[in-house]
Every structure is written in C-alpha cells, then in structure tokens.
Ligand binder design. Structure first.
Ligand SMILES: NC(=O)C1=CN([C@@H]2O[C@H](COP(=O)(O)OP(=O)(O)OC[C@H]3O[C@@H](n4cnc5c(N)ncnc54)[C@H](OP(=O)(O)O)[C@@H]3O)[C@@H](O)[C@H]2O)C=CC1
Ligand SMILES: O=C(CO)[C@H](O)[C@H](O)COP(=O)(O)O
Ligand SMILES: [Zn+2]
Length: 341
C-alpha cells in the first residue's frame, strides 16, 4: 500500500514522500487523527540540534505524541475504528533488567526513524494501547509526554527514601505542570511545591500546595526530593538551585533535555549524599498505567485540558508549518494538530 509521509528535509522545510507499507499479518494500520508537538520536534524543526545530528537524522517525519484509529488489523487485537494511542518507542529485544526505553538497540519515532506525520502508520499491536472512547481527544494526543512523567515518578518511588513530606518541581511549563499534577495524584499526602520564572504560568498550577518564583524562595524552605522539568540552557541553574534547597540524602529526578553540558555543584551533591537520576521516554507499561489512572481519576484529564493550547486543523504542508511556527510563539500549553491527511 502506498503511504504519504510528511518529512522534515531541513530546518523549517517539510516535503511529501511516498513510501510503500508492506501489508503482512503482523502489523496494524492506524490512521493518525490528533498529533501533539514536543520540544524535541521543535529542536529538529528549528535546526537547534548539532549539524552532525541533523545530517544523520533528516529527512524524517516528526512527532512522537499521537493518537489514531485502527484501519486494518490482521492480528485480530483491535476492531476496525478502535481509538488507540501510539507508542513511539520501538524495542527489538527484551531485557529482564533494562527497561525498553533504555535499551540502546530500541528505536524511537521522530528521533531514529519516521514519526507520526504520515497518512497511515504501520505498527506491531503491542505498540498500541486502547483509549477510552469518551476521552478528550486533544488531551489524549499528548498521552506520551504524560507517560514520561508517570515513568519518572515510578522510578522515583523505587530510588528515593520514604520521607516524602515535601517535593519540589522546577519548571513552570508543560512538563512541570504534568509532573506536579501526577505527583499530587500518586502521593496525595505529599506537599508539592512548584518553582518557576513566570508568575502568570504558576497561577495555573491550582492543584499544588505552593508556587514560588525562583528569585523569591524563602531561605528556610527545605525539600525532601525534587524534579527538574526545565531543560535547555536554564537546566544547570535549576539543578544547582535544587541542590541548594534539598535536604541531605534527597533524590533529584532530571527530566529536561539540554543540548550543552550542564555544570553542577558536585561538591554539595557529595556533602549532602544526594541521588541524581535521569529519565527519558517511556514504555508500554507506563502508557497502560497512565491510562488506568485516567480511568480511575478522570479529574486528572480535566486538569490536563487546561494545557491544551492551539488546536490546528492540518491538511497541507502550509498548515504543518503554521502549526510549528505557532507552537514556537505560544505562551503556554501543548499545540495539537487535528490531522486531516
Ligand atoms: N525526559 C523526557 O523524556 C522528556 C523531556 N522533555 C524535556 O523537558 C523540558 C521541558 O519541557 P516542556 O515543559 O515541554 O517545556 P517548556 O518550555 O514548556 O517548560 C520549561 C519551563 O521552565 C521555565 N524555566 C526557565 N528557567 C527556569 C528556572 N531556572 N527554573 C524554573 N523554571 C524555569 C520556562 O520558562 P520560560 O519559557 O519563560 O523560559 C518554561 O516555562 C524540555 O527540555 C523538553 O525537551 C520533554 C518531554 C519528555
Ligand atoms: O521528548 C522526548 C520523549 O518524549 C525525549 O526528550 C526525546 O525523545 C529525546 O530524543 P531526541 O534525542 O531526538 O531529542
Ligand atoms: Zn517528547
């Protein structure tokens, strides 16, 4: 079957290519309906990655956050028309210790191979998870980034000591919003404080216990653990501020992506006996766990509706460019492409 794939060929330039999908009895064909833009897509779109990385990875279809409907399933797992979320991580082996998203052999959509900006996506059935039919479709579109927070919190529960009276979340953007929301739901007795640089963004964090501007943190404030959800050039500043305020033997979860090395105060990491761990991406178990959480706590989805930003109908390359450009200039929230291709 001939498929239309919308690839980024160079920064700010999409082109159409036609690729053959081999129809076999192992792959499910999904028609994407709602796609959400991640900062990682923007780093390719704007050409913010190193020249050598762009040269190696492009041309490539962007987007690793998306949902769609099953068009054809020879494997017998899904009825035609079933609403599914697509899992971008694609493992080729299993390991009893290393999670699927950390296996160096795993491929990831829109990083190592074509993402979801396609007319049809061919996937193995275990890369699809059924969504509730009544879910808000724009929220469902960014299930992947929420599953990344879910994954990091599950690891945090394994790695951190059990005094979890106060947790700090650095970052007043989408990932900070999602992570503090899930922390509040998964650890209801923990005080969650969010630290940011924009008062107007912090005002939206209605479900947390306290918010602070990073320039105005009380000296006597102490945290048991913290999550960094900033990334970019400011990540180093955020991590060092966490190191200043965290209690001894606390755990720091790093989630933000930086292009450059981030110097950190290792002397104080040693003196306080801190544990620092990183998390990237997520796997099937995280998607499943999160969707169960959505079913048990529908109010989580209601809070996530607040970070649905622009919802842009996309039919042409001009519309794709419009969506990515509008995402660059957004104030807050996730840009969702209503995919009509
Ligand atoms: N580990 C993973 O698998 C994933 C990682 N990410 C990464 O996480 C990072 C955050 O993503 P996302 O939330 O979508 O991006 P956003 O840009 O929405 O959020 C970052 C926020 O942090 C704010 N900020 C800047 N400096 C500081 C500071 N010193 N302290 C606290 N907050 C600060 C920014 O404000 P302002 O805009 O005013 O600068 C912005 O609001 C990115 O690097 C992204 O690539 C995302 C998804 C998955
Ligand atoms: O956004 C992410 C997961 O949702 C990750 O940050 C992203 O996959 C990193 O990949 P890349 O190396 O291509 O930036
Ligand atoms: Zn992402």
């Amino acid at each position: 079957m001939l498929n239309t794939v919308y690839q980024l060929v160079r920064p700010r330039q999409f082109e159409v290519v036609f690729k053959d999908i081999t129809m076999d009895d192992k792959h499910v064909i999904v028609h994407p309906t709602h796609l959400s833009i991640c900062n990682a897509d923007q780093r390719y779109y704007q050409g913010l990655r190193a020249e050598a990385v762009l040269k190696k990875k492009l041309p490539m279809a962007l987007i690793h956050e998306g949902i769609g409907r099953v068009i054809y399933d020879p494997t017998g797992h899904f009825e035609q028309g079933t609403l599914v979320v697509m899992i971008p991580n694609t493992p080729v082996e299993q390991d009893e210790i290393i999670a699927e998203n950390y296996l160096r052999s795993s491929k990831f959509r829109a990083s190592g191979f074509d993402g979801f900006m396609q007319e049809y996506v061919s996937m193995e059935p275990d890369r699809l998870v059924i969504l509730p039919e009544d879910i808000n479709l724009s929220v469902a579109a960014f299930t992947e980034i929420v599953s990344v927070s879910y994954h990091a919190i599950q690891r945090f529960l394994r790695f951190s000591h059990e005094r979890r009276n106060v947790i700090g979340v650095w970052g007043d953007g989408n990932l900070g919003y999602i992570t503090s929301l899930l922390l509040k739901k998964l650890l209801p007795n923990t005080k969650v404080c969010v630290f940011g640089v924009n008062e107007y963004k912090l005002n939206d964090f209605s479900f947390v216990d306290d918010t602070y501007l990073v320039t105005d943190i009380p000296e006597d404030l102490h945290l048991d653990h913290a999550f960094e959800c900033v990334g970019g050039a400011a990540a180093s500043k955020a991590i060092n501020q966490i190191i200043d305020y965290i209690n001894p033997e606390g755990t720091i979860s790093i989630m933000g992506v930086s292009e450059d090395l981030a110097p950190i105060n290792t002397r104080m990491v040693l003196e306080k006996g801190l544990r620092i761990f990183g998390s990237s991406r997520s796997g099937r178990a995280d998607f499943q766990g999160l969707i169960n959480l959505y079913k048990e706590h529908p109010e989580v989805v209601n809070h996530l509706e607040k970070i649905v930003g622009a919802e842009i109908k996309v039919r042409s390359i001009a519309d794709m460019t419009k969506a990515f450009e509008s995402d660059i200039h957004k104030i807050m929230g996730k840009t969702v492409m209503i995919w009509d291709n």
